[in-house]
Structure formats: C-alpha cells, structure tokens
Design a protein around this ligand. Structure first.
Ligand code: NI
Length: 202
C-alpha cells in the first residue's frame, strides 16, 4: 500500500474496470456461442445501447474472447444472440499490445463514391468466402467502451469490416449481398448451408 493514496488506487481500479482488453491467445472454450447462418437469431435487428456501463464492457470482453478463440477479426453482438448495437474489431490479432476497436451504436455518416469487390468471410458462416461489392470508404460515428463519442473515416479492410459488422446489427449477412449466384450456391452447398437461408438484399 505504501506510496499509493486511496484516490490513486481507486483511479487505477476504475481504469482496469473500464478496459476491455483481454488476452488475444485464448485457451479453452469461447465464453459465448456464435450462431450460424440459418438461425433466426441472426435476422433480428439490434437495439441501441442506452448507457455504456460495466455490463456492456463485460459483453465486449466476452465477445473479444469468443472472436479471438474463433480466429476472427470482427464480431457483432447479434452473432452471439445479444440484440444490442455492439461491435468488436481487431485487425491486428498477432500483436498482443494493440487494443481492439469497440463500436457501440455505430452509424455511417458518409459513404465514399467508389466501390470495390473483395472476398469476405464470417464466423457465422464458417468456411464460406465470397466476393462482396461495398463502398471503399465510410465515415462512422459511434460511442466507445468508455462512452466517449467518436468519429472516424475508415477504408480498406477496416472500412469493409465495419460495414460487414454493422450489417449484422440489421440482421443482414454478407451472403445476402453476394452477386455471383453460381459461386454463392456452390460455396453454401460445399459447406453444408442451405440456399434458402440467404435473404438477398437489393
Ligand atoms: Ni460476420
């Protein structure tokens, strides 16, 4: 206790409580079950988070552990059956010290003019990888794990990942956006998913 005032101990405890960072190397089973394509849970839209509190931060930690355990780079609360607008993303899983990105109540405020087609996969559709056309740049506003308002421009993999995860919060899966129907049918069949589970978006 020497040298540390009660105030600074309390401050440190508060900071620890506020951090959502978890070990990236997950041993043992994931804390949450990730639902798969065909499960209606994935089609239910998420509600806005009224207040960022310790329950939300615990959800973020459990989502991160589940995401790392499944070798994913992004996870939406919808995928673990929690219908709240919470996303976790980590494009740098290999570096233990890089903090993950938490987006609560995300809203896209602007889309860039250009689009591109890149391959996507999803922890809810294991094994299936297909090309999806999306805007290359988005501007997104959200609240972070400390309840602070944030705004950022995202392109490349991050921009794509944010759009993919935000789709989950609206009950949309990336296969709903695939344009190459032949490739879609083949991939779904090959990995044991039924085509009628896809709800094509215009
Ligand atoms: Ni996904």
């Amino acid at each position: 206790m020497a040298g540390a005032s009660f105030a600074s101990l309390a401050h440190r405890a508060a900071r620890r409580e506020a951090s959502v960072t978890v070990e990236k190397q997950v041993d043992g089973p994931a804390p949450l079950t990730i639902h798969h394509l065909g499960d209606q849970v994935l089609r239910q839209p998420a509600q806005r988070v009224p207040r960022v509190d310790h329950n939300i931060r615990q959800l973020c930690r459990d989502m991160l552990r589940s995401m790392y355990s499944a070798q994913g780079i992004g996870l939406a609360a919808t995928q673990v059956g929690v219908h709240q607008q919470v996303l976790v993303i980590d494009l740098d899983r290999e570096t233990p010290s890089t903090p993950p990105l938490v987006l609560i109540n995300p809203e896209i405020t602007a889309y860039g003019a250009s689009v591109d087609s890149q391959e996507e996969g999803c922890l809810s559709i294991p094994g299936v990888y297909l090309n999806v056309v999306r805007p290359t740049v988005v501007e997104v506003k959200f609240v972070d794990e400390l309840g602070r308002k944030q705004r950022r421009k995202a392109d490349g993999l991050l921009g794509r990942c944010i759009q993919h995860e935000m789709d989950h919060l609206n009950g949309i899966l990336f296969v709903d956006r695939v344009q190459d129907m032949e490739a879609l049918q083949q991939e779904l069949h090959h990995h044991g998913f039924i085509p009628s589970a896809v709800h094509a978006v215009a």
